[in-house]
Design a protein. Structure first.
Length: 137
């Protein structure tokens, strides 16, 4: 199992592992996934889009990333990345943010923005991982 920035990557499952798992194993995996989702639901509101959660996971994985790299990674517009990062961060005039990331000017070129995980965001990421680790047990 490899680690990146303190986050644990799940080992790949082989076809023989998948065929050997019983329905009981599938139920346990589904329960782990449900626990991870319940952690996310506790933080995010019901109207939050899946891409917002995906962007959060990418920032948590990288710890800090340029918004332009998120735009390329998810093939969505810069405006969509900015809007979602605002929601994950401090929010905007119209919406309260989740305070899971910080958005700041790139110190090398202030025309660009960067996003980094906050301590609250890192805590949520650990909670999600704890739920997902049940998938590999």
């Amino acid at each position: 199992m490899s680690t990146m920035n303190g986050l644990m990557a799940a080992p790949a499952r082989s076809d023989s592992d998948a065929s050997a798992s019983s329905s009981r194993g599938s139920t346990r995996e589904l329960a782990g996934f449900a626990r991870a989702l319940s952690v996310a639901i506790d933080v995010f509101n019901p109207g939050t889009q899946l891409v917002t959660l995906q962007l959060f996971c990418e920032v948590a994985l990288r710890q800090e990333v340029a918004m332009i790299d998120l735009t390329k990674a998810f093939a969505i517009s810069g405006a969509a990345v900015s809007r979602n990062c605002d929601l994950l961060g401090g929010g905007s005039i119209h919406r309260k943010g989740f305070k899971l990331v910080d958005v700041f000017d790139d110190p090398m070129d202030r025309r660009f923005k960067r996003v980094r995980i906050t301590s609250k965001g890192a805590e949520l990421a650990r909670g999600l991982l704890d739920g997902l680790r049940a998938l590999t047990k």
